[in-house]
Design a protein around this ligand. Structure first.
Ligand code: ATP
Length: 344
């Protein structure tokens, strides 16, 4: 058994694109993910935050083997994640499941929900007797708070929150060790978001799954994550416990991100407005990718790429934070964190 359930090392995904210019366009490379390292312990939830286009969903696809890396690798329980649909990929599918933002898109409109919740048993456990599959699907429905009389309902007959409960029940059918959740509540009303997040916390306490939890909403990540990684232009620029990252961010980008998230104590005039254009993954700046927008950049930031360095569990990729922190050391490994206590 490997130390970590999931590890990414120097993970990159580049796409060839064509920019306007010439008859067929000018060839260029879009660096969606560009050298990501992280580890996820069993039962741990790692929150991945960052603004739109920073590479969160591409990281999720790489973790699941939906797209092959351009460089680096993802390991699940010590073995590389296969990217072709061989038998070992199928075995892995039982152990890692995905929850997407759009439950309607993830469900089959023509099938009653109980059949969709029981589908993983049909695919992966064909030897299981039919009555047992039915009973297990009914138990899963109950575990996510769906009523027995809703078993025959079709996705369009349910609310958004109920549909996401169906998706969660189906994802948990085979008792996966890892859930990859890409904006799982961002399509829901705020009041329903809280219910679904509480449900996910309860289920996690009961079943002990680990999760890569992606959201642009810091509040949501704060509720779910044991550890938080902040992405900017395809890289992780800061990582630490939620209290560290949200209350004492070290990276100037995290400081701006946190300042923009409303809280009762944070005033609008405390918001840090970043100068410059939003980042472009086709044209990644030299040195620190954040330097053109960084209010504190110095000459070194323009020429030297900062590596992620760690101090007391908090890691940061910033020359300025590192020289101020002094004791920071290279950060190849994440700390082991016991599963989070139940959310009230
Ligand atoms: N198949 C693809 N071909 C070309 N570019 C792609 C492809 N998939 C993603 N990208 C680009 O890669 C970058 C990262 O995209 P990604 O979807 O990972 O970002 P994200 O952080 O999840 O954003 P959002 O929060 O808006 O979903 C974006 O600039 C996107 O346009």
């Amino acid at each position: 058994m490997s130390d970590f359930l999931l590890s990414a090392r120097a993970l990159a995904r580049h796409y060839p694109v064509r920019l306007p210019g010439g008859l067929l366009g000018r060839p260029a490379t879009l660096k969606a993910v560009d050298g990501v390292d992280f580890d996820l312990a069993r039962g741990e939830v790692l929150g991945l935050v960052g603004e739109s286009g920073c590479g969160k969903s591409t990281t999720a696809k790489l973790v699941l083997g939906h797209v092959p890396p351009s460089a680096g690798e993802v390991r699940f329980d010590g073995a590389p994640v296969p990217t072709d649909r061989r038998a070992d990929w199928r075995r892995l599918r039982r152990r890692m499941q995905m929850i997407y933002q759009d439950p309607l898109g993830a469900l089959d409109r023509r099938l009653p929900i109980v059949a969709q919740i029981g589908e993983p048993f049909d695919i992966h456990c064909p030897e299981m007797p039919r009555p047992e599959r039915r009973d297990r699907a009914a138990a899963l429905m109950a575990s996510v708070g769906l009523r027995p009389d809703q078993a025959g309902s079709y996705p369009h007959e349910l609310s958004g929150g109920q549909r996401q409960r169906v998706v969660i029940a189906r994802a948990l059918a085979l008792d996966p060790e890892l859930l990859v959740c890409d904006e799982p509540v961002s399509a829901l009303d705020v009041s329903i978001q809280a219910q679904v997040l509480n449900l996910m916390s309860d289920l996690r306490d009961r079943t002990g799954f680990a999760a890569l939890f992606i959201s642009h909403d810091l509040k949501v990540v704060r509720q779910m994550a044991d550890r938080v990684a902040v992405m900017y232009l395809g890289r992780i620029v800061e990582e630490g416990m939620p209290d560290q990252v949200f209350h004492a961010p070290l990276h100037p980008y995290t400081q701006a991100l946190v300042s923009a998230a409303p809280t009762p104590r944070r005033r609008a005039r405390d918001r840090i407005v970043l100068p410059g254009d939003p980042p472009n993954p086709v044209d990644v700046p030299s040195g620190c990718p954040f330097h053109p927008r960084c209010p504190a950049a110095v000459a070194r930031c323009r020429s030297e790429v900062p590596t992620l360095m760690r101090d007391a569990g908090q890691a940061v990729a910033c020359h300025l934070a590192q020289s101020a922190g002094g004791a920071l050391s290279p950060a190849p490994r994440a700390p082991r964190i016991p599963p989070k206590a139940k959310v009230a």
